[in-house]
Design a binder for this molecule. Sequence first.
Ligand code: NI
Length: 263
Amino acid sequence: MDINTWFDNLWRDYVDMTPRVSDIKRLLEERGETVENDHVAFRTLDLDPIGIERLGPIVESLGYTAFDTYEFPAKRVQAVSYVREGYPRIFLSELRTGDFPEHRPLFESLVDQVDESILSGPEVFWAGTPWEPIDHQTYLELRETSEYGSWVSALGLRPNHFTVSVNELEGFEGIRELLDFVRECDYRLNESGGRVKGSPDVFLEQGSTLADQIEIEFADGAHAIPTCYYEFALRYPTPDGELFDGFVAASADRIFESTHAGT
Ligand code: NI
């Protein structure tokens, strides 16, 4: 699949799950900005056939190279980032399901239903839930222990967020001014750990909206849950003069909380 077609499909799935992002993008474009993507992030489980071990090579088949690995001990999550010159970075994370013995049978029952033919191409990144919907009560119980695990169980394989590259915006002084603008347009921001995560010292500043809430079909009917959010990233040059290409674990740890409910 052509990589631009891949991104178009990802964006379509993402906007279906997160209708407000197209409004934010339009508000920026109305100010004369061109909105470029810094990265697209996905969530999955560390279980075959949907772990990074299987999904990573599919990202690489699109011309990407693994760039770095990350650990999020508090969330029991690990991640790999991928780069390809001239294209948005890809951030692929997975839940360490072995750290949740009480929920492991549920996770295994989900991946057992996956038809491996969905792994034959990059369409897997908008496959959604290739398993029967879980019931809402199970989702809520899981959310108490692992918000990340509940997100993947209810929403499956699809973009978790796209990210506006603040470097490419012309009419904002920095990320704070951009976040103020988004807030003034009446979009709620993730304030966990402060509105701006990171600093020039770590070569990356990030912020994000709080996830949209939309109705998702569970085994026992539709319920509104947090889906996806829009992120904003400003990168700084490292001592070698190139813009920082990686991610900062402490910041990403807080950004994960953009899908928390009722915050
Ligand atoms: Ni991100």
